[in-house]
Structures are given as structure tokens and as C-alpha cells.
Design a protein around this ligand. Sequence first.
Ligand code: SF4
Ligand code: SF4
Length: 200
Amino acid sequence: MNAQKCLEILREIKDVAFATVDENGFPQNRIIDVMVVEDEKLYFCTARGKDFYRQLMEHGQVAITGLNKEYQMVRLHGRAKRLDEHKKWIDRIFAENPSMNGVYPNDSRYILEAFCIDEGEIEYFDLGREPIVREYYGIGAKLPAEKGFAITQNCIKCGKCEHNCPQKCIEDFVIDQAHCLHCGLCFEECPVGAVKRKDV
Ligand code: SF4
Ligand code: SF4
């Protein structure tokens, strides 16, 4: 797996959840089509009259989630930028997604604006495999943040976390991050507080 393949999964799913934040700080979510994916960039569009457009122009932050039939989930969060060369991009999007002509016939298509996400973090989570697989990628200049849990030097090697881990992804008092659910059971049950969250 890599960043481009993750974006291609979102493109294959096509109708994915796009979350933004509104002017009151509340989360807003809707289904949007992923129109083009190339060179580790994701392109989509929306109409200038929509709340989604206003939120994109005000904040630009967007979180995208899609799940395919193989239970592979891809999450992407980053900043969406409106593209210059408006008509060129809308024509490209319509060429690659001909069904859009039925929704916005003729020149009505130009009420749409094209956006690109070229910088952000991707999480790939495969629930269709045993053990599960989790991977992180950055696109653009963004590096993926560290998440999950780690066992520290305070560990007394009692073995409780290894015994209770639902994915059996702890070995020799080290968590195999690629197969960790981030459930927090090891964190909660360690008798000496030797498991720490990586993102705090
Ligand atoms: S439960 Fe805590 S002390 Fe016991 S092995 Fe796990 S990390 Fe170490
Ligand atoms: S967070 Fe859950 S899955 Fe991950 S190592 Fe701890 S107990 Fe296992």
C-alpha cells in the first residue's frame, strides 16, 4: 500500500463522506464524489451556492472517509484548495465522470468549482484481514502524525497486556503498530501505567 493506492481506493468507492466545520464550529458531513486522483492528489467539485462550498472557502479543512466491499477503509484529512483555471478543471472532471452531464447539463456545469487536496494525512485501515492492518501516509509536505500506544521503560514485564490484546499484536513487550486496533485495552489494564498514548 502507499498514498497513491489509498487515494485510488477512494476514487473507486467514488461516493465518500466529506466532513467540514461550519461557521458555528459544528461538524457537517455529506457524500461527495471523488472525481479525479493523480500524482497523490485528490480532486472534487461542488457548486458555489452550497454550504459545503462556503465552509471550504472559509476554513478549507476537510476530512474524508470511505469503506469498500473488502472492508478497506481510507481516511484523508487535509486542506482543500480551490483551483484556478476554473473551466479547464470542470471540463476535465466532466470528461472523466460523464454522468455529471445529466446533473449539470450544458453550461450549468460552470456553477461548480473544482478543489484539490494535495497536502494531508492518510490512514489506511484494513478490517478484512486477520490480524487487521493499519498504515499511515502523508501527501505533499505533510508527514503522518504518530498515533496509538507504546510500551515504555516502566514496564515490569507482567505479560498482562500481551495476554489480553484482542489482536495479539504485542510481542516481547513491543506493540506491532501495523496490527494494532488502538482500542486502549493495554493502556487501561497495565498495572503500573507503563503504556502511553503516542499522540499526547
Ligand atoms: S501490562 Fe504493563 S507492565 Fe505488564 S507487560 Fe504490559 S506494559 Fe508491561
Ligand atoms: S491498543 Fe488494543 S490492539 Fe493495540 S496493542 Fe493495545 S490492546 Fe492490543
